[in-house]
Write a protein that binds this ligand. Sequence first.
Ligand code: NAD
Length: 291
Amino acid sequence: MVILDGKKTSNDLKDEIAIAVAKRRSEGKKIPHLAAILVGTDGASMTYVNSKVKSCEKVGFNSTLIDLPEDTTEDQLLNEIDDLNKDNDIDGFIVQLPLPKQIDEQKVLMAVDPNKDVDGFHPVNVGKMTLDLPTFLPATPYGIMELLKRYKVETSGKNVVVIGRSHIVGRPMSILLSQKRDVGNATVTLVHSRTKNLEEITKEADIIVAALGKAEFLTGDMVKDGVTIIDVGITRVKDDSKKRGYRLAGDVDFESVSKKAGFITPVPGGVGPMTIAMLLKNTLLACENRD
Ligand code: NAD
């Protein structure tokens, strides 16, 4: 069994990005600048945004964190987005999800300039991705593709089962892996909460991408020998033995599934760090696009 080490791979990627930034600096070109908008004080969101900003420092990017209160109105947020769209120094920005109830997420995502949409969530970029045109790929699926590529996991002609149909993970993952590309050409089945006989489907899979957000859902008896497992889930599970009172659990029961898997991502240290690295890669691309 081989661990798909997202921590190491993301560090390799960050080193590569840092070299590209240093080269830009020496050539007198613009330094990439990523901005992040955080609305409210959700613990997990704050952790994600802070590590995104910290990663910017590591690769030599400029970064800006815009921290807005929980009661921010939709109009106020749309104004902030408008400012970032117009700001010539900002190459790309993200609005950390989820947003408070009073704000319409779709309206917000639509307001981001597609050329600065380094999360790849704007309909224009989703459309381009679907049509196989160059664009910003959503960071989590992009990170998974990169991990499969760097570990040379064969996807062509394989049976892939993606669990979960969210707009940010499951759906784009199913599209990308079915496309004619280096990591792709797979026969993809997308399963979700209404799927019947899920276990019969997962047992046939050569590769499973679990992105449903239910701790340790996929167990050893649901997979076949030699399967490749990509565990996207991150759930906080109460654990009094930990100082912070919880542990992070994936969607996969690592203990039982790893005994059968050929390749498997751990949680933490698998898909999570890759997501951040790909956000940086998209920001570098956004900056290069503006050269
Ligand atoms: P979501 O809640 O938007 O979607 C979950 C999907 O799972 C839905 O499509 C639903 O139909 C499906 N589902 C729910 N229960 C199911 C069941 N019993 N059987 C089959 N399908 C079922 O979730 P999301 O935003 O895609 O996130 C999924 C998980 O991945 C969460 O734990 C989230 O925290 C994590 N996540 C991790 C990263 C990362 O960088 N590692 C990035 C994004 C999300």
